[in-house]
Design a protein around this ligand. Sequence first.
Ligand code: HEM
Length: 440
Amino acid sequence: MTAKYGKTFGYFDGTLPNLFTTDINLIKSVFVKDFDHFVNRRSFEVKRKVFRKMLSIIQDKEWKDVRSSVTPVFTTGKIKLMSKMITECANRLVIKFQTIAETEGKLDAKMQFSAFTMDVIARSAFGMTIDNLGGKDDPFMTKAKGVFNPPANKSALIMIPFVFPKLLAYAGDRIFFPKAFYFFIDILEDLIKQRSNSTEKYNDFVEVATEAIMEHTKTVNGKQVPIWNREEVDEIVTSQSMLFLLAGFDTTATTLTNSAFLLARNPEVQERLYEQVVRKHEKIGEVNHEMILDFPYVDHVIHEVLRMYPPVPRVERACNKEVTYNGIHIKKGVVVTVPTFPLHYDEEYYPDPYRFNPDRWDPESEIKPSPYVFMPFGMGPRNCVGMRFAMEEMKIALCTLVKNFRFFPVAETPEEMQFEDGFLGVVQPIHATVGIESRS
Ligand code: HEM
């Protein structure tokens, strides 16, 4: 579409006017400079308990209050605490991959990385350690499939609430919130009840988020009082933990899958990363938070994976106050959408865009892209709140795996990554099988 109509053009999503753009100046204005005109995404009428409080759905002042309460969960200090648990999960993954390397010699990357990210989320958001994750009868994975890849995603009907958002409260409710959700919500509600009677320290998302949200105060008659009562705090924490699962599971699993694929297809990048991991490991002694702290090459590799295969194909903002840019008048109610694939493959911003080239992210590089045209995590004050956690998780997982294993293409590995059809959600890689051998 961008090749045919240019960087900015309009169309209707049903009744909803939508302005598509990959124009750097328009992106900068909408997502950063004039954020107060574009605070929300398109609005859905969600009435269900828990879902109605999710950060991605709530709007305006309520969004600002919850966002500023959840943000402290992802500060460096808190991430450092949670990173110990990520390292443990990555070490468990090594044991599993060792068996796979010795027996099958190839990896169903999407399945294995889904089990890994579920392990991390189960521990950090659900306070649980699960044995046999990724096993055939593991309920966490079975229910997660019901949530992430519902059969309805293959039907255009799932677009109804997007095209007619006011209908979500009625028509789309069942499609969007399948029963599998309640498996996770029940676990969270039980966990929060148990925790309220305990003094133990857990250092996980539920604990850190509860503390941060309870600390959030407002001024009433010159006094500081909590914004939310205990019941509201519990609902907000349950919502954000569910959203953690929704927003953090498939996106991270997909990016790790795409990384294994791109490393298998680009052995020179993989070897360079391996050599640098080994050197760092000799200094620090293990793959952990300290090791990945000042490690630019692993950053560049993951940036390039996210550029080539951004898991979220569209990022949007709804205009709440009209504004005009260079003759383009944007009225209240218009949705501005950035399609991430066309943006990340625009030759003006990324020379030789089909080449996997982590060096383009080197600060010394002549072709280093502008931050305003890189949107795997969205942009501006409403960008992905879990970005730092996701980067920590992916860096620890990649460094741990590259240190222990070598990925390579096998007969099933496609020349180029193929993606599933679907109307919503994360861009799903298919045929993501890669060969794996142990380095020891
Ligand atoms: C590779 C991993 C991930 C990718 C590519 C990703 C991508 C995105 C994108 C594109 C958005 C929309 C941003 C915008 O509109 O500007 C978003 C929002 C969000 N993400 Fe992520 N995400 C990832 C991991 C995570 C994780 C691990 C968490 C939770 C810990 C998370 C929580 C959220 C939340 C809560 C929002 C809504 C933010 C708001 O509306 O204020 N994401 N993410």
